[in-house]
Design a protein around this ligand. Sequence first.
Ligand SMILES: Nc1nc2c(ncn2[C@@H]2O[C@H](COP(=O)(O)OP(=O)(O)O)[C@@H](O)[C@H]2O)c(=O)[nH]1
Ligand SMILES: [Mg+2]
Length: 482
Amino acid sequence: MTDATRSAALRIAVVGHTNTGKTSLLRTLTRDSHFGEVSARPSTTRHVEGVSLGIGATRVMDLYDTPGMEDSIALLETLDAQAAGARQRLDGPARIQQFLGSGAAAGRFEQEAKVLRQLLQCDAGLYVIDARDPVLAKYRDELAILASCAVPLLPLLNFVRDARANESAWREALARLGLHVVVSFDTVAPARGGERLLYERLATLLDTRGLALLRLAEHHEQEALSRRGAATQVLADLLIDVAACRLKVAHGNDAAALARALDGLNRQVREREQAAVDALLALYRFGREDLDASHLPLSDGRWQEDLFDPTTLTALGITLGGGVAAGAAAGFGIDLILGGTTLGSGAAIGALLGGGLPTLKRFGRRMLRGVGQTLSSAVTGSRYLRVDETILRVLLTRQVQLVLALEARGHAAVARIALSQSLQADLWQGALPAALRRCREYPVWSSLSGEPRDNLARQQMQERIAEATLRAIGRPTGGSAP
Ligand SMILES: Nc1nc2c(ncn2[C@@H]2O[C@H](COP(=O)(O)OP(=O)(O)O)[C@@H](O)[C@H]2O)c(=O)[nH]1
Ligand SMILES: [Mg+2]
């Protein structure tokens, strides 16, 4: 970094009372969950710590995390006493300079002095407020002291999602102190567009220099878009691998061979899903520790079995109906392919239970006809297992759920992500099923089968599915798919 780019960057001090979320704010703005130290204990940040945000190699803004102001009432009294003892009337910044040169700044008010020195060197300050707190005298004194530095201040209301937050009382109190531009920003779960709003408000305090902040906001929005694009590629890749996968069942007409193959398929799909989860976590700069263990396909939790468990499907709102889903409902998310013809899971279940028409009757006449036709041609044919279509829905639904949760998560969040159980599963009723059904005819496209997979047709299919997923996510959730 040259001196020229260094001096061009805006310098912003993040100030406020202890434990209001200053370090948390920096974590979320820098998308770095490891920045500084965050703790519910007061005064975990003891020194000023800087971090930069930029566009490519250009530094746009240097942010400085500061220790909390602790004893502002006593400090304001000290400032007043020092001013009263001065030979001439001092303005705000002169009062602060006088204090910084005094013994009190090196002793009792060492923390506060660090904050004030930093603010004086900056273009603006972000004053972080815990909006759950009542507007106490100590905060008013703190603001009066900070305001006398004559550096533009943007109050930022944190914890605004909390029911105890008292936004209007804070806005009123801030207005009385002459601070009329305020922003609400919950560092753990920032609202959509919250970052842009923050930068826009800050820019208004910085006149023409603030334009750089608008470009930064633009840049971050572009990055968010390309992350989402990359996420849908991860999803499409996963879906193709699983949809196209076929697992050969060993010869011998016994249920044991089928059960072994089913086990193998189950494991492969879970491993593949875990790889996708890891890729998504990395893409959004989170880690496995951000997820509830029950959401990790390979953890020892519920997830292990539940991909093939009907309660998962019901929880995800996937309606079961028709022959294929009936297989999943019975606990087997598989299709059995005999002699190149799909029988649907009913056949697999039938085979597992020892075969025969009585078992299959439950799955309706249409399927029975299919089974009848195929069994004769299957006497010498190979048997394959593949994943039921319902499973593909489950995979897509919960991965999309994960993507949305990661996008809404601030890097200051400490609670693990618990995915909602109620997401609708009909995200992809448009183009996706048809595209995915085609994948099922191309076992070579699946990396699970260990086949070469980097061919052009697969790549094109991945683009298609990724694009369809992108469109599906873009729809506001809650409504039904067109
Ligand atoms: N729920 C919630 N917790 C937050 C938020 N911001 C900070 N915290 C928590 O508040 C505590 C203090 O945060 P920290 O960033 O260390 O505050 P600092 O002392 O001002 O740097 C930590 O336990 C954070 O996890 C927020 O927006 N929402
Ligand atoms: Mg801190």
